[in-house]
Design a protein around this ligand. Structure first.
Ligand SMILES: NC(=O)C1=CN([C@@H]2O[C@H](COP(=O)(O)OP(=O)(O)OC[C@H]3O[C@@H](n4cnc5c(N)ncnc54)[C@H](O)[C@@H]3O)[C@@H](O)[C@H]2O)C=CC1
Ligand SMILES: O=C(CO)COP(=O)(O)O
Length: 342
């Protein structure tokens, strides 16, 4: 393929996607912030900190020059954590050319502004074409060619299908979806529930508890999502329940691992340090909590996770609070009509 891509962010996910594309014959530039990391990765052909043991194909070039990484590229992949997206876009916004597509893979909601990544992009680069690529896809498995399915969403079908074709391989299946809001929210909010699933595991609760959290969690996500303009069916898809399953059950998940540490008694900061990589759900819990208040949506699991992380609430009391809430219908707010004619 003669198309070119610049990947902004040389963490686990940026590197795994670079490897996937390079194996497809696509030349890739990865931008990293640090000159030492640039020299080291170019020389030893491995990302030792984030994807140890995986060889970087020769058609991947690492650069600490962000302008060079986006120059002459058809696609710019945003693979920095959510808290770094705004600053990264500020660095390139004046050099982006018409027609270049920004593909985001970060899964979070900005603290403070409560903006999804597409809203940040719209604010800073209003003329750009945008897509979000999301779904159940741990970097460690994608880098090893383990069969994976994801979804790409964009406002225009043309952009979504272009990105689908660009990333698709026999081991990496890409679906399309027009629902940008739903795909972004599913990927970001599942991280909050994965922290809760980890906490439950750290407390040595069982599979029943985790299934309850996952199921009631996706209901909360869908409830907020619908209020924010998403299609509720998106949350039954890869970026919703699909990503929730993998993140709540896999030991690859940094969110789940941080939750386990918190359930075992570590503080939030100690848990983040022990994971040593980005744990998006920590910041996004704050955004999710604030969004639920802004939109007037009942999100009891999010409330309790926010309380544990930011208000020093005891995790065991949080579980009791969830179990002793008022009795209610199962999916009352989603199937209101059916309940009222019951
Ligand atoms: N690792 C995975 O399996 C997947 C990760 N994601 C998402 O991809 C995004 C990136 O995550 P990972 O690569 O996994 O993180 P990581 O923790 O493996 O690496 C983070 C990278 O971002 C850089 N970075 C940190 N702060 C930055 C800032 N302010 N500005 C620019 N760069 C900064 C770090 O130096 C590092 O290279 C996250 O939003 C994550 O949720 C999505 C799908 C899968
Ligand atoms: O989003 C992911 C897998 O789809 C990665 O999840 P973690 O950030 O919890 O590792």
């Amino acid at each position: 393929m003669d198309k070119k891509i610049g990947i902004l962010g040389g963490g686990s996910w940026g590197t795994a996607l670079a490897i996937l594309l390079a194996k497809k014959g696509i030349d890739v530039d990865i931008w990293v912030r640090n000159k030492e990391k640039e020299a080291n990765m170019n020389k030893i052909r491995e990302n030792v900190k984030y994807l140890p043991g995986i060889v970087l194909p020769n058609n991947i070039n690492i650069t600490s020059d962000i302008q060079k990484s986006i120059h002459n590229k058809d696609i710019i992949l945003l693979a920095v954590p959510t808290h770094g997206v705004r600053n990264t876009l500020e660095m390139i916004k004046n050099d982006l050319k018409e027609g270049q597509i920004i593909v985001n893979v970060a899964k979070g909601i900005e603290v403070g502004s409560l903006e999804r990544i597409s809203e940040i992009v719209e604010e800073l680069v209003p003329t750009s074409k945008y897509a979000i690529l999301s779904g159940p896809s741990h970097a460690e498995e994608v880098a090893k060619d383990i069969p994976t399915a994801v979804v790409v969403a964009s406002k225009t079908k043309e952009v979504a299908e272009y990105i689908q074709e660009f990333f698709m391989t026999p081991k990496f299946r890409v679906y399309t979806n027009p629902d940008v809001i739903g795909v972004e929210l599913g990927g970001a909010l599942k991280n909050v529930i994965a922290l809760g699933a980890g906490i439950s595991d750290g407390l040595k609760y069982g599979d029943n508890t985790k299934a309850a959290l996952m199921n009631r969690g996706i209901i909360e996500i869908a409830r907020l999502g619908e209020k924010m303009g998403a299609n509720k069916m998106t949350f039954a898809g890869l970026s919703g329940i699909g990503d929730l399953i993998v993140t709540c059950t896999s030991m690859h998940s940094r969110n789940r691992r941080a939750g386990i540490k918190i359930g075992e008694g570590l503080s939030m900061d100690e848990a983040i340090t022990s994971v040593g990589m980005v744990v998006e759900g920590i910041k996004t819990s704050k955004s999710a909590y604030n969004l639920s208040k802004k939109y007037g949506v009942d999100m009891p699991i999010v409330d309790e996770i926010y309380g544990v992380l930011y208000e020093n609430k005891d995790v065991k009391n949080s579980v009791i609070n969830l179990m002793l809430r008022d009795k209610t219908h199962e999916i009352a707010d989603i199937v209101e009509n059916e309940i009222s004619s019951w």
